[in-house]
Design a protein around this ligand. Structure first.
Ligand SMILES: O=P(O)(O)OC[C@H]1O[C@](O)(COP(=O)(O)O)[C@@H](O)[C@@H]1O
Ligand SMILES: [Mg+2]
Ligand SMILES: [Mg+2]
Length: 339
């Protein structure tokens, strides 16, 4: 437990006392936090709010959209477009970038988000979340293009996620460690409940969708086989497994008690680098995990060093406790290059 301060106080300290963020970035993070609060209210209403079920539309990735995917996307756009901190936004649920309309002041930041992560869990009342990433618009020129968004993850100036679970928790980094805030529903405010979060370097818990085992590449199979062999195997210890199928919830557990999360490349759709999206899932989570002392790779390369080529690009993800991520990465690098 740390000092009982609000998100606003925390961000003011980051701005005023440490000079880590600009007033515009502070404003932007407060607006995102407010939008998450509003999404949390819709999530909590569930069937009573008519927010469950599918919307009978598809997003750019060809996935059927849930009503909450669309609601959360609209909440984030509406909350952020008039705030003055942003030049444009990009979302899992929108094919193209959304440039802040001329009627609003233009800011210097770019916001990317997965408005609702863990969509398959919405209707079954399991934790879901929102993931976001903030970049600075490059160059001085007026206007903004998709290319402006295609920056490596190490250029992020802030990132975060909100998990809508038994508690509503907002986790953010501005590049100076990771802070967790819990929503106080009575007060309507975010209260700092954990500062300088650290992920243990070792773990005995892995997180992967085991139903895909037959499709995995050899290094992933080797790593999981060794975990499953337990005390009698080469690792000499028993491992536990958790798979929530909401990346936000799986990553949140790893930040809370360590572990390794993997959504690797697999043979089901070999032309795709992975299932998860680089710009608004892997990059923000990679930034947060590194800031908490963990590691994040695509099996071969640090996620934050990947030069993006497309807004909705997919990527393989291995993240969490440092020593385990390094082990999986070494297994990939030892093996023959992927076919
Ligand atoms: O259903 P699977 O294959 O286990 O995939 C689960 C993964 O897909 C995701 O739900 C993808 O995110 P979206 O729900 O935002 O599309 C991740 O949160 C999760 O880790
Ligand atoms: Mg997602
Ligand atoms: Mg989503």
């Amino acid at each position: 437990m740390s000092r009982r301060i609000s998100l606003t106080q925390y961000l003011v300290e980051q701005q005023r006392d440490h000079g880590r963020i600009s007033p515009q970035l502070r404003l932007l993070l407060e607006v995102v936090a407010r939008a998450c609060k509003s999404i949390a209210i819709s999530v909590n209403k569930g069937a009573l709010g008519g927010v469950l079920g599918t919307a009978e539309t598809e997003n750019v990735q060809g996935e059927v959209q849930k009503k909450l995917d669309i609601i959360a996307n609209e909440v984030l756009i509406e909350a952020n477009e008039w705030g003055g901190a942003l030049a444009a936004m990009a979302s899992e649920e929108m094919d193209a970038i959304h440039v802040v309309p001329n009627r609003y002041p233009q800011g210097e930041y770019l916001l990317l988000f997965d408005p609702l992560d863990g969509s398959s869990n919405i209707d079954v009342n399991v934790s879901i979340g929102t993931i976001f990433s903030v970049l600075k618009k490059p160059g001085e020129q007026a206007g903004v293009s998709t290319e402006d968004f295609l920056q490596a993850g190490r250029e992020q100036v802030a990132a975060g996620y909100c998990v809508y679970g038994p508690q509503t928790t907002l986790v953010i980094t501005v590049g100076a460690g990771v802070a967790m805030f819990t929503l106080d529903r009575e007060q309507g405010s975010w209260v700092l409940t954990e500062d300088q979060v650290r992920i243990p370097e070792d773990t005995k818990e892995f997180s992967i969708n085991m139903s895909n085992v037959r499709h995995w590449d050899a290094p992933v199979k080797r790593y999981i086989d060794e975990c499953l062999a337990g005390k009698e195997g080469p690792r000499g210890k028993d491992f536990n497994m958790r798979w929530i199928a909401s990346m936000v919830a799986d990553v949140h557990r790893i930040l809370s008690r360590g572990g390794i999360f993997m959504y690797p490349w697999d043979k089901r759709e070999p032309h795709k680098a992975g299932k998860l999206r680089l710009m608004y899932e892997a990059n923000p989570m990679g930034f947060i995990v590194e800031q908490a002392g963990g590691a994040a790779t695509n099996g071969r390369q640090r996620i934050l060093d990947i030069a993006p080529e497309q807004l909705h690009q997919r990527v393989a993800v291995v993240l969490g406790s440092k020593n385990e991520v390094e082990r999986v990465t070494a297994y990939h690098l030892d093996a023959a290059p992927q076919a």
